[in-house]
Design a protein around this ligand. Structure first.
Ligand code: DI6
Ligand code: FE
Length: 421
């Protein structure tokens, strides 16, 4: 689809301070889902300026943004969007003093969502996910990672991944899927965690890879999840099948999972509240992104802060995601997570925005094609009725999203329409 965007103010999120400053009025040309030309006036950085590519008669559609802010489409790089059931009862239990780990050990927690998810059909899982997906889209999201991990059988993990992929047929959004069969030990394998890991490596990973239902594999490396040796077996199997790896690491204790993820050149190590300097150094020597999940920190009333200052010192890129899930982060709004990253973790609004654009793209393996407004990159944008990008982290719930563009296709969220020319 061809589309000419006129009268936009761009926040490109290209490297450095400059990428965060809104430009003066700009135009962007889109062809076949990619950005082909950008022209900004009065900025003195006309390197991507190409008038001949931006002539209106070259496009069959145009949209006049009337000076509104045009930013990269936001990227939620860690979600558990697909699940059935509800855990409000556990929220209540926790507030009556029962710790999250104890609820999990009593068969609640992840396993209660597993029971509900196993009973649901693929179609039901899609229906249940749509309101949550709509919440994310209304916060400017154009790309979402979705994990399995509430099926924990070959058939149910595959069902979850299929449901996740099917969301692309329901809404304008790009879905990336991750196999998280190693999320919890299913009841059938009680006291046989190594056997379950074997099943994941021998059966679930090969099928997910063969059917192209996942591009990466994740493990919950934790005392209530899987140990370091088990995590490494899963990573080895993933690599064997050409899949990338990710980790839920150092969320509740320091197990060394982050360093292991870095060693396997993982896309990201996520949560990391209990990460120490050694782990941060391991990240700094790899391309692995540090993904912060402030919603889970907040909802679990965690007090151990992730090592933000060390991550800065060692120049480890930080991403931010919702981690939306029924147990620890029931929040379908990525801008709320930006706000929490600032208030709870003291990120700057600029770091928060980079965390849901450029760094989130890298955490999904799309550092070279998404998360930045740049010629050659995917034409994925969010359009905002705000004056400055810091407003995104500052206000919550004010419905400032005007529209989204996904692969060059415009979706109106507030009435502003594009026109055919
Ligand atoms: N860490 C989390 O915070 C979520 N998964 C994980 O490994 C929790 C998932 C849940 O409680 O359902
Ligand atoms: Fe998670």
């Amino acid at each position: 689809m061809d589309l000419l965007i006129e009268n936009a103010r761009l926040v490109t999120m290209q490297e450095g301070e400059q990428g965060y400053l809104p430009t003066l009025i700009a135009r962007v040309g889109i062809r076949s889902g990619k950005i082909v030309a950008i022209s900004t006036t009065g900025q003195g950085k006309d390197n991507e300026h190409n008038e001949s590519l931006l002539a209106p008669d070259q496009y069959n559609q145009a949209i006049d943004l009337q000076g509104k802010l045009l930013m990269p489409g936001l990227i939620d790089c860690h979600t558990h969007l697909i699940y059935a059931g509800n855990r409000a009862n556990e929220f209540e239990m926790r507030l009556n003093g029962v710790p999250y780990e104890d609820i999990a050990k009593q068969g609640g927690g992840i396993l209660s969502t597993v029971n509900a998810t196993r009973k649901a059909t693929e179609e039901q899982l899609i229906e249940l996910a749509l309101p949550r997906l709509d919440g994310l889209l209304a916060s400017g999201v154009t790309s979402i990672e979705v994990k399995s991990g509430y099926g924990l059988t070959l058939q149910d993990e595959i069902k979850m991944l299929r449901a996740a992929k099917a969301l692309e047929q329901q809404r304008k959004v790009k879905i990336t899927t991750t196999l998280l069969a190693a999320h919890a030990l299913p009841a059938e394998y009680k006291y046989r965690a190594d056997d379950y890991i074997q099943h994941i490596c021998d059966d679930i990973i090969p099928l997910a890879a063969e059917e192209k239902l996942a591009t990466s594999v994740d493990v919950f490396c934790e005392s209530i999840g899987f140990n370091l040796a088990q995590t490494e077996r899963v990573f080895q199997a993933a690599k064997q099948y050409g899949l990338s790896v990710k980790g839920h690491t150092e969320q509740l204790s320091n197990m060394g999972g982050t360093a292991l993820t870095a060693q396997y050149n993982g896309l990201s190590a996520d949560h990391i509240e209990y990460l120490d300097e050694q782990g941060v150094i391991a990240l700094s020597k790899s391309d692995t992104i540090a993904t912060l999940l402030p919603g889970a920190f907040y909802f679990l009333r965690e007090t151990q802060l992730p090592p933000i200052e060390l991550l800065r010192q060692h120049q480890v890129p930080m991403a931010i995601a919702t981690d939306i899930n029924p147990g620890t982060s029931p929040f379908a709004d990525l801008t709320l997570m930006m706000n929490m990253a600032c208030t709870l973790f003291q990120l700057t609004p600029q770091e928060a925005l980079r965390g849901v654009t450029q760094n989130a793209a890298k955490a999904l393996g799309y550092g070279g094609s998404r998360g930045v407004i740049k010629v050659g990159f995917d034409a994925d944008f969010s359009i905002w009725d705000i004056d400055h990008p810091a407003d995104l982290s500052y206000q919550v719930g004010a419905k400032r999203l005007i529209g989204r563009i996904v692969n060059g296709d415009y979706v109106s969220h507030k009435g502003l329409q594009h026109v055919s020319i």
